[in-house]
Design a protein around this ligand. Structure first.
Ligand SMILES: [Fe+2]
Ligand SMILES: [Fe+2]
Length: 210
C-alpha cells in the first residue's frame, strides 16, 4: 500500500525518528522483526489515512508494537510474572500473546509523549478485545497484512478488502483468520480469545439487525 507521508509537524517527525532509531537498537539482533515493525508502521499509517484514523498515532503504534519481541519466550514470561499479568491460565501457554501487554506496561514511562491510545493499541494487538477502537483495529490489521508477510489465502483475502470493506469488517476478517491459523496449526487457543470472539460476533449481529 503506497501512500505519501502525511504533513507531520517538526515535533511529530522528530518523535518518529527517535522511536525508529531506538527500535533499531532494541531489535538489533532481530533484523527480520525490525523490518516487520517498520513495515507495520508504514502499513498502519496508510490504513489510517484510508479509514480516517490519526496516521501519526497509527505510525507510532506500528513502530512500538513488537518492541518486547527482543526478549526470548522465557524472559517475556518472567517479565509478565514480575508485572503480575493475569491471563487466567499458566503464562507458559500464552507466551506469544504477552509482548504487547508487557510493552504497554513498560514503555509509557520511557515515552510519556506517546498518547495513551497508542499504548492501548499495542496492548491489544495480539489478543484483540471486545472493544476495539479504530486505531486498535488499524494496528491489528496492519500487523496481519503488512507486505513483508508471506502470502496465504487468508492474508490475500484481507489485503483484497482494504479500501473495499469497512474497517470493522476488515478487522473481523483479520481476527477470524488469526483464529483459524491457531486452529489449523493445532496451537493453544487462549480462552480469552473465544470470549472476545463471542462478544464481537454478538455485537456484529446486533449492528446488522439494526
Ligand atoms: Fe506482535
Ligand atoms: Fe507484529
Amino acid at each position: 500500500m503506497c501512500h505519501d507521508e502525511p504533513d507531520y509537524s517538526v515535533e511529530q517527525r522528530a518523535l518518529i525518528a527517535r522511536l525508529e532509531s531506538d527500535l533499531r537498537m532494541q531489535l538489533a539482533q532481530k533484523q527480520h522483526r525490525l523490518a516487520h515493525s517498520l513495515s507495520v508502521a508504514s502499513c498502519a499509517e496508510g490504513l489510517a489515512l484510508l479509514y480516517g484514523v490519526d496516521p501519526f498515532e497509527a505510525r507510532l503504534a506500528g513502530i512500538l508494537h513488537d518492541w518486547e519481541k527482543a526478549l526470548s519466550g522465557e524472559k517475556i514470561i518472567a517479565r509478565a510474572r514480575e508485572l503480575e499479568i493475569d491471563m487466567g491460565v499458566d503464562l507458559e501457554l500464552v507466551a506469544p500473546l504477552l509482548h504487547g501487554i508487557v510493552a504497554a506496561r513498560e514503555l509509557p514511562s520511557r515515552y510519556p509523549e506517546v498518547p495513551p491510545e497508542v499504548w492501548h493499541a499495542v496492548e491489544v494487538h495480539t489478543t484483540a478485545a471486545s472493544q476495539m477502537s479504530p486505531l486498535d483495529m488499524v494496528l491489528f490489521v496492519a500487523d496481519g497484512i503488512e507486505p513483508l508477510r508471506p502470502k496465504t489465502p487468508g492474508i490475500e483475502e484481507s489485503r483484497s478488502l482494504v479500501g473495499e470493506a469497512t474497517l470493522p469488517d476488515l478487522f473481523w476478517e483479520s481476527f477470524v483468520d488469526g483464529i483459524i491459523y491457531v486452529l489449523k496449526g493445532s496451537r493453544y487457543l487462549w480462552p480469552g480469545t473465544i470470549d472476545t470472539y463471542n462478544k464481537l460476533a454478538a455485537a456484529r449481529k446486533d449492528s446488522a439487525a439494526r
